[in-house]
Design a protein around this ligand. Structure first.
Ligand code: DGJ
Length: 713
């Protein structure tokens, strides 16, 4: 329906979006924040917010339009850099039409002189308040239009959002959070790795100095894209603060032919006036309803066994068969055969590209192993790394020119592998054919889709940069395989969490967020990932007693509950595990199964705490049951660890509070814990007391995790 005024108004449950989009004028975001009541008109907000010109500058302030394009006279960083061989560089996109429907508005803009048009689509989900923005740019001219930068949209931020939380890290240390005060100048996160990256996650949270998990304004920002990205927040001298996010384009990477269009990745925003946990809950609900859809809908997330840390490349049918049995014995439901099963893959130097079973290791193919997995009541999953090729492979020997490269620059050595140019149809067809044949031959329910190197030289055959095309080609390959094999679930992995974003998650079902199975590190990594992703997709494995990455020795009593608050799996070598650990792990798996509907279907709340603590909880939608995990990561210098104030509970209900993990050995004062009444059947207490007064925690050994169950009585 065409809009009837100069304004667009979209309301969610807790937020409102106001856009100013006068036909013939410039489009801009007027307001995105706490929900406005029916008595507030967009026109009055426009009037209130109107900025006057200031001395020493233009007599009328230049509007920050949806693209802050250079032709408007805007002097902050432009949101749209285009040109035609150096000319036509200063477009101004004026509104030509506005369509509005329930929850959605589309603003069409054009600049005839420059032959450019833009369509901005805003969709505010009325249920969870996630705002999705998609933008299309079109070349209406006769010659090529180079796009150097196109922010999805330029979003002026509310003045109180003057702090920024970002997510950095490294291999095995993903999703580390850090908070900064924003000052005049820019804050820039650029990812040039050709995959989402371990260190430059395409997401931010804008907030106030007082925002915490329960209170305060915040704005979650996430670009749903698995290639290069740029996120920037510029605080201008005039006090305005503008957010821009989009795909980072390499030189010459995107040049539109006449009538060609470019669609930006989707940008997600979620405003909350009530703290960070509520913001995350919005993203989680959006994911469950909009992205995951019917694919895994309602099906309990099966307990995994993954072979990687148990055997690495040392595959042999007898050992794997023993592992199958050991996994089934402790309650595993899906057995995933990791790297090492295919032709010539005895170490990381060879084999990638040849997706056929190594007959030297598996003379009868994978049939005997898969039959054993099925006979023990489990599903079978298989690891693949479709975008990669080893120089020592039949595929490379046949097609050495199929790789991304930027000659004469030498390839950067990286895990002995190169990247296939997936945008070439013959390459994608070959890989599709091989994976398709595997899925036809074997009953495989699950693929772990890995991607273990950056794109240091992402050059296509034509000599052009190709991260954009590569990313789309990978998406298409997954979509194509999914269409042919709709029953398949897929895990997104990239040396751990280097491809963790809502772009890939729109077509996959689980995220391997880190190669680090150290439970202490995992507490932080999983907490960081939970800002955007629900626990149901955060793959979390119980690793070896001595962690293979950090060498730290941690007890099962900590490793198991850490993995329980995610999509639980086991990666430890079950054959070398002692009986006590194996029994404890089996008990944890049983506990997880008992509570997984709540863990994956409830609302996540993160509790605020000190650096040496991590507490999170999951509360059922009707608030009648909850599960909380309190982890003491290190020693502390006070006598007792302090008070745990539960959150998300119904203050009007009474709950039975029980300590359900660990059974013993978590405190130097076991008698005191016994006397507290928390163990066994626990005791009844009001929701209000749990939330407002909180529970005095017992003295604990460092590196201990307690799990509390709460059920309304
Ligand atoms: C990196 C992954 O993150 C690991 O879990 C494992 O699958 C290896 N690749 C296999 O090469």
């Amino acid at each position: 329906m065409p809009a009837t005024s100069d304004f667009v108004v979209l309301h969610g449950c807790s937020s409102s979006l106001l856009l100013h989009a006068p036909v013939g004028g410039w489009p801009s975001v007027l307001y995105f924040g706490e929900r406005l009541g029916g008595g507030v008109s967009a026109a009055e907000v426009f009037r209130l917010r109107r900025r006057q010109g200031a001395k020493g500058g233009p007599s009328e302030e230049v509007v920050a339009t949806l693209s802050c394009e250079p032709g408007t006279g805007y002097l902050g960083p432009s949101g749209l850099n285009v040109h035609r061989e150096g000319r036509s560089w200063a477009p101004t996109l004026r509104v030509i039409s506005v369509e509005q429907e329930e929850g959605c508005a589309e603003i069409r803009c054009r600049d005839d002189a420059h032959g450019v048009h833009a369509v901005y689509r805003f969709t505010l989900d009325a249920r969870n308040d996630v705002l999705a923005i998609d933008t299309e740019l079109g070349n209406d001219g006769d010659d090529r239009l180079a796009i150097d930068w196109a922010a999805v949209a330029c979003i002026p931020l509310a003045p109180e959002l003057d702090e920024l939380m970002h997510f950095s890290g490294r291999w095995s240390g993903e999703f580390q959070t850090d908070r900064h005060r924003l000052r005049q100048g820019g804050f820039l996160v650029e990812n040039r790795r050709g995959r989402t990256s371990h260190d430059r996650f395409p997401g931010l949270v804008l907030c106030t100095a007082r925002t915490d998990e329960r209170a305060g304004a915040c704005l979650g920002v996430h670009l749903a894209w698995s290639g290069n990205s740029r996120l920037r927040v510029d605080t201008l001298a005039d006090g305005r603060r503008i957010l821009q996010c989009g795909e980072l384009l390499l030189p010459g990477e995107l040049r539109l032919a006449a009538n060609e269009r470019y669609r930006t990745p989707r940008l997600y925003l979620r405003h909350s006036a009530s703290g960070l946990s509520e913001m995350s809950a919005g993203f989680h609900d959006y994911f469950h309803r909009k992205l995951k859809g019917a694919r895994t809908g309602g099906r309990p997330r099966p307990v995994h066994y993954n072979t990687w840390e148990a055997v690495y490349f040392d595959h042999s049918l007898p050992v794997l068969t023993e592992l199958v049995d050991a996994a089934a014995d402790i309650g595993v439901e899906r057995f995933v055969l990791d790297d090492g099963w295919f032709k010539g893959r005895r170490d990381e130097r060879s084999g990638l590209g040849d997706w056929v079973v190594d007959r030297g290791v598996f003379p009868e193919g994978l049939h005997p192993l898969i039959e054993r997995v099925h006979s023990r009541g489990m599903e079978f999953g298989l690891w693949v790394e479709p975008e990669m090729i080893s120089e020592d492979s039949d595929l490379f020997r046949a097609h050495p020119d199929w790789v991304l490269a930027a000659p004469p620059a030498a390839q950067t050595p990286f895990r002995h592998q190169l990247v296939l140019d997936m945008a070439r149809p013959e390459v994608a067809d070959n890989v599709f054919g091989q994976i398709d044949a595997l899925l036809d031959e074997y009953e495989i329910g699950y693929l772990k889709w890995d991607m273990n190197r950056d794109l240091n030289h992402p050059g296509a055959r034509a000599g052009t940069a190709s991260v954009h095309a590569q990313t789309h080609a990978v998406y298409s390959l997954i979509d194509r395989l999914r269409e042919k094999h709709p029953q398949i679930e897929i895990e997104s992995c990239a040396s751990g969490g280097a491809r963790t974003d809502l772009g890939i998650l729109a077509r996959t079902d689980r995220l391997w967020v880190s190669d680090n199975n150290d439970a202490i590190d995992r507490q932080r990594i999983q907490r960081g990932a939970s800002f955007f992703f629900p626990l149901s997709v955060i793959g979390a494995h119980v690793g070896a007693r001595r962690c293979h990455v950090t060498n730290r020795v941690l007890p099962m009593a900590l490793r198991a509950p850490t993995a329980m608050f995610g999509h639980l799996g086991v990666e430890a070598d079950l054959l070398g595990m002692d009986d006590a650990d194996r029994a404890e792990l089996g008990a944890a798996i049983a506990l997880y199964k008992e509570h997984r509907e709540l863990i994956h279907g409830g609302e996540l709340v993160r509790l605020d705490g000190l650096a040496w603590q991590n507490a999170i909880g999951v509360v059922s939608r009707d608030r009648r049951s909850a599960l909380f995990s309190y982890c003491q990561l290190e020693s502390h210098d006070e006598v007792l660890p302090g008070v745990l104030r539960f959150a998300g509970l119904d203050a009007t209900l009474r709950y039975r509070l029980r300590l359900i993990w660990p059974a013993s050995d978590c405190t130097p004062t076991p008698q005191a814990l016994e006397n507290s009444g928390l163990t066994g059947d626990g005791y009844e207490v009001s929701g209000e007391a749990l939330v407002k007064a909180g529970l005095q925690l017992p003295l604990l050994y460092p590196q201990t995790c307690l799990v509390f169950a709460l059920d309304s009585v």
